[in-house]
Design a protein around this ligand. Structure first.
Ligand code: PMP
Length: 426
């Protein structure tokens, strides 16, 4: 459940590893520091926005003007002038931080309105806010389930879901990615009248696929009486009417018990939210440690998210722009001969059979003014890899054209270097 094979990211998984694995990881990280090898993802934005800016490596002041494809600001609302105006109004009227958790006195009207309007848009009676998407998943899973229960997770689900399951001590089982019949086999062996079962999946996974077969999975879960949580982090805001998400798009809102999303992607702010029945929300709010023992979202971030929520609900043109750029990018890259897999969503991932040249391509593209990332094992099959471009409504077709040219040039350069190295070896 780590999102990159880079050692820095592998560190996130150490708690699940044996002591020997951990020691190996520590060695690898120390070696990396010694070699002054840079983490290709750790760029700092010096000025600019989600899609274009002056960036640099974290420990190096040398700046590069770059088109940025590595953030999940799908609708570009982080730079919207109304969003910024409302955020600064809230900043001036409430100050910077809330100073306590939502369960104590860390709520304003903005927080309350956000919960109400998110619940309304997703078709649920109530909703519960968390300071991040990560803690929303942790809080929802661990707030609802206990050690006698079972959590059944799609094998590609996000780390926060796994961590919520670990925190509550429930039995954790996985089912094969997007596979309803494999889920049935797990349900048959795990569901019992003496404990609760929760099936957890994502509406869209972040590696360039399209919408997951959520309706099939949910139908299967319900056949065995399991609760269902759908994480809409990569679908809320641009699937379904008014951007309500995949559950709305597939007409299964009622059957899904918990609809979760983050405020940090399409809504361009920070926070997490879970919509559910009033009883379930009350249970989460009174039992979830992530809800009770953590400070709430700041007023400015809350105003930004609320304004974004209202805007995305009303503005079909914004969504259309994202989809238009997505389709254009997919077509241009496919016409240039890149294999993009079977997906159709805004995360575009050209596949490469040779993983070794991917990081070099990322560096070469960066030099040419394009910031992207590489994904290798264990996210994808061993030996293979993908580049990842996350489209936003703020990207233009000219950005796509520039990026494709940079990719073609970078790949040519890397191939040339590799063949020169081979000649030297001979
Ligand atoms: N769920 C999924 C599927 C995600 O991709 C992410 C973020 N990468 C999260 C939850 C956590 O959201 P946040 O970063 O806003 O905490």
């Amino acid at each position: 459940h780590i999102r990159s094979s880079h050692p820095t990211f592998q560190a996130a998984k150490v708690s699940a590893w044996s002591a020997t694995d951990k020691a190996k990881l520590v060695q690898e990280v120390l070696q990396m520091v010694n070699d002054q090898r840079r983490n290709p993802y750790s760029k700092v934005l010096r000025t600019g926005s989600a899609t274009r800016g002056l960036v640099s490596d974290a420990y190096n002041d040398e700046q590069q003007d770059a088109i940025i494809w590595t953030t999940n600001l799908y609708l570009g609302l982080n730079r919207d002038k109304d969003v910024i105006a409302e955020a600064s109004k809230a900043l001036h009227s409430f100050g910077t931080g809330m100073g306590t958790s939502a369960a104590a006195s860390g709520m304003t009207d903005l927080h309350l309105e956000f919960e109400k309007e998110f619940a309304d848009l997703t078709g649920k009676p109530s909703a519960c806010l968390f300071p991040t998407g990560y803690t929303a998943n942790v809080g929802a899973v661990a707030g609802i389930l206990g050690r006698n229960d079972v959590v059944i997770i799609d094998q590609l689900c996000h780390a926060s879901i796994v961590d919520g399951a670990r925190l509550c001590g429930a039995t954790i089982r996985t089912f094969q990615h997007n596979n309803a019949s494999d889920l049935e086999a797990v349900l048959q062996s795990e569901v019992s009248p003496y404990r609760s079962a929760m099936v957890v999946l994502e509406g869209v996974y972040s590696m360039g696929e399209g919408a997951a077969p959520v309706a099939d999975i949910v139908k299967m879960a319900k056949k065995y009486g399991a609760l269902v949580l759908v994480d809409e982090a990569h679908s809320f805001g641009f699937y379904g009417e008014g951007g309500a998400g995949i559950c709305a798009a597939q007409g299964i809102t009622e059957e899904v018990d918990f609809i979760m999303t983050t405020l940090s992607k399409a809504m361009g702010s920070i926070g997490g939210v879970v919509a559910a029945s009033q009883e379930h929300v009350d249970l989460i709010k009174s039992s979830s440690r992530a809800y009770i023992f953590q400070a709430s979202v700041s007023p400015a971030d809350m105003a930004a998210a609320l304004t974004s929520l209202r805007r995305l609900r009303a503005d079909d043109a914004l969504r259309a722009r994202l989809w238009d750029t997505t389709r254009y990018m997919r077509k241009q890259f496919a016409d240039a001969g890149y294999d993009l897999g079977t997906g159709d969503g805004p995360i575009v991932t050209p596949h490469f059979s040779d993983k070794d040249k991917l990081y070099a391509i990322v560096q070469e593209m960066y030099k040419r003014g394009v910031q992207t990332s590489a994904v290798t094992y264990p996210i994808v099959e061993s030996g293979r890899g993908r580049l990842r471009f996350i489209c936003s409504a703020a990207h233009t077709k000219a950005d796509v054209d520039f990026t494709l040219q940079a990719l073609l040039d970078a790949e040519r350069e890397v191939d040339l270097q590799l063949s020169k190295n081979k000649e030297l070896e001979l």
